[in-house]
Design a protein around this ligand. Structure first.
Ligand SMILES: [Zn+2]
Length: 492
C-alpha cells in the first residue's frame, strides 16, 4: 500500500504548490506604474468661467450631421469657423489653418526640431441632432449653451465641442506665455464624425501624403468615470483601441406558395433557426490579455482579497472572471465581438409563404477578430441550415489595433490623466465600444489614444447623444488645463 501514500503525498505537494503560486501572485499584484515617471509642467492660468461661456457660444452654431456625405447647414460651419478665428486670435496667428473637404479644419504649428514627430490632437465640430419631441425634456434648450447651476447645456457640450474649445483654450493660453515647442503641434477638427468621418479620413490622408507621422494622436472616446462598476470608485479610462463595425444580411430561401399548404421548412423557420444558431455561437472572449486583461491588471490592486486573488491568477480563475464580466451587456462587449440582430424582414401578405426572408445582424468587432474572420464564424454557425446565406451589408470597419500602454506616449498621457482625475484614482486602459474619428489616423500616428478628462458618472453617460447633454464649468477648466499640460509636455 506504500504507493498509495506516495501518490497522496505528490497530490498534496501539487496542491501546496498551486496555493503557493496563487498566494504569491495575489500578494505581489501591483498596478503598472507608468504615470509617476513623467513630470508635467504647471498648467497656465485658465479662466474656466470664460472658457465655459465660450463653449456655450460654440454650441449655438447648429453644426448638425444627419446624413453621410451631406453637410446639413454649411453656413453654421462657416459661422463656427469665424467664431473660432475671432475668439482664439493667437492660435490663428501662430498655426496655419487649412480647410480640408471644405469644412474640416487642420491646424499646424511647426516645432523647432523638424525631425521630431509632432503631436496630434483631434476633436470634431459636428453634433448629432436632437430627437424631435424631446426638446422639452432638456433642462435648457438644446442649442442654447445656457449656464445653469455650474453646467453648460447643449448638444455637443461633451461630444465634442467641449474638447474642441478646450484644446483651443489650451493653445491660446500657452501662446500667451510665449510657447515655442520643439515638436510640432497639429490640431485636426473633423466636420462629419457623427456620420462618416470623411473629413478625418481626408486629413489623415493629407498627413500621410506629406509624410507626417505624429508621435501620438489623442481623440475623444473615454473619460474619468467616478463610479466605475468593478471598483465603485473613480478611474481614468484611456481608450487604447476601438471596436470595428460590421453588419451582415442573413437570407433564408425556401419554396413559396399558398399558406394553406405549408411545407415542412418555411423561410421563416430557416431564418429563425439561423438567428438562434448565430446567437448560440458567441465569439471567443477572454480576460488573459488584450484591453480587458490590461484593465483588470490596473484595477486589481484596488479590489478586495478574493477579487484580487482571481485577477492575479487568471491562469486559474480566468473562466470564472469572464463569466462574471459577461453578465452585463457592457461587460460582455469589452470581452468579445458582439452579435445583435437588429432588422427582420420578409413576407408581404398573410396567406403567401415568402420565398425569401432576411435579417440584418450588427456586429461590433473585438480587436482579436476581423471582418473576414467574423464572416467565416457566422457562416460556420449556419452551415447546416439549407438555403441560408450570410453576406456583408454596407461598409464594414476593421477593429483598430491596440495602442501600446508601455511607451513614453502612454506614460505622458497617463500622467496628465492622473493629474486631472480625483486624487489617487488609477489610470486604466480601456476598449472603446463605439467608433471615433481616431480610427482614420491608425497607421498615420504611431499611437492612437482616446480620452478627455471629463468627470462622468455612469448615470450621466446617456446624456451624450441623448437628452440633457451638459458640461460642468469645472470640467471645462480641467479639460483646458489637461490639454495645455499635455501639449506643453508632449511637444517639449
Ligand atoms: Zn464624438
Amino acid at each position: 500500500m506504500k504507493w498509495v501514500w506516495r501518490g497522496l503525498v505528490l497530490v498534496l505537494i501539487a496542491i501546496a504548490a498551486v496555493a503557493g503560486v496563487v498566494a504569491v501572485r495575489t500578494m505581489t499584484l501591483r498596478a503598472p506604474a507608468a504615470a509617476a515617471a513623467v513630470a508635467l509642467p504647471s498648467a497656465p492660468q485658465i479662466d474656466e468661467a470664460a472658457a465655459a461661456a465660450r463653449l456655450g457660444e460654440a454650441i449655438r452654431f447648429r453644426t448638425i450631421s444627419r446624413t453621410a456625405g451631406v453637410v446639413d447647414d454649411p453656413d453654421a460651419f462657416r459661422a463656427l469657423h469665424a467664431f473660432l478665428a475671432q475668439t482664439y486670435p493667437r492660435t490663428h496667428a501662430a498655426f496655419t489653418r487649412e480647410f480640408v473637404n471644405a469644412f474640416s479644419l487642420l491646424y499646424t504649428l511647426p516645432g523647432s526640431d523638424p525631425a521630431a514627430a509632432p503631436i496630434l490632437l483631434l476633436a470634431h465640430q459636428d453634433v448629432v441632432p436632437v430627437e424631435a419631441g424631446t426638446e422639452e425634456d432638456w433642462e435648457a434648450a438644446p442649442f442654447s449653451g445656457a449656464l445653469i447651476d455650474g453646467m453648460i447645456y447643449g448638444r455637443g457640450a461633451v461630444d465634442d465641442k467641449g474638447s474642441l474649445i478646450a484644446i483651443l483654450e489650451a493653445t491660446e493660453a500657452l501662446l500667451a506665455q510665449g510657447f515655442a515647442p520643439r515638436r510640432g503641434v497639429i490640431l485636426a477638427f473633423g466636420h462629419d464624425e457623427e456620420v462618416s468621418g470623411a473629413g478625418a479620413a481626408a486629413m489623415a490622408a493629407l498627413l500621410r501624403e506629406r509624410n507626417i507621422r505624429p508621435w501620438f494622436a489623442l481623440d475623444e472616446g473615454m473619460a474619468v468615470v467616478l463610479d466605475e462598476p468593478t471598483t465603485g470608485a473613480p478611474v481614468a479610462l484611456i481608450g487604447v483601441a476601438e471596436k470595428g463595425y460590421m453588419s451582415v444580411r442573413v437570407t433564408a430561401r425556401a419554396e413559396g406558395g399558398h399558406s394553406s399548404m405549408p411545407q415542412a421548412d418555411t423561410a421563416a423557420d430557416k431564418l429563425a433557426r439561423a438567428i438562434v444558431a448565430i446567437r448560440a455561437n458567441p465569439f471567443e472572449g477572454g480576460v488573459q490579455d488584450g484591453p480587458a486583461g490590461a484593465l483588470l491588471d490596473a484595477l486589481g490592486p484596488r479590489l478586495g482579497f478574493m477579487q484580487r486573488m482571481a485577477i492575479a491568477n487568471r491562469w486559474l480563475f480566468g473562466g470564472m472572471i469572464e463569466a462574471q464580466v459577461a453578465q452585463t451587456g457592457a461587460g460582455n462587449a469589452i470581452l468579445r465581438t458582439t452579435i445583435a440582430p437588429t432588422i427582420l424582414e420578409g413576407g408581404t401578405k398573410d396567406n403567401i409563404l415568402p420565398q425569401e426572408m432576411h435579417a440584418i445582424v450588427n456586429l461590433r468587432l473585438h480587436p482579436r477578430d476581423s471582418v473576414e474572420s467574423a464572416l467565416a464564424h457566422l457562416r460556420a454557425a449556419v452551415s447546416d441550415i439549407e438555403g441560408v446565406t450570410v453576406e456583408p451589408e454596407g461598409d464594414p470597419n476593421e477593429p483598430s489595433p491596440v495602442s501600446s500602454t508601455e511607451g513614453d506616449a502612454y506614460a505622458l498621457l497617463a500622467a496628465a490623466a492622473a493629474a486631472h482625475a480625483p486624487e489617487g484614482a488609477p489610470v486604466a486602459p480601456m476598449l472603446v465600444l463605439g467608433a471615433t474619428d481616431s480610427r482614420h489616423y491608425v497607421g498615420v500616428a504611431e499611437n492612437v489614444y482616446r480620452f478627455q478628462p471629463v468627470w462622468a458618472r455612469q448615470a450621466d453617460l446617456s446624456r451624450i447623444h441623448g437628452t440633457g447633454e451638459r458640461m460642468s464649468v469645472g470640467d471645462m477648466g480641467r479639460m483646458a488645463r489637461f490639454y495645455a499640460q499635455l501639449i506643453a509636455a508632449g511637444a517639449r
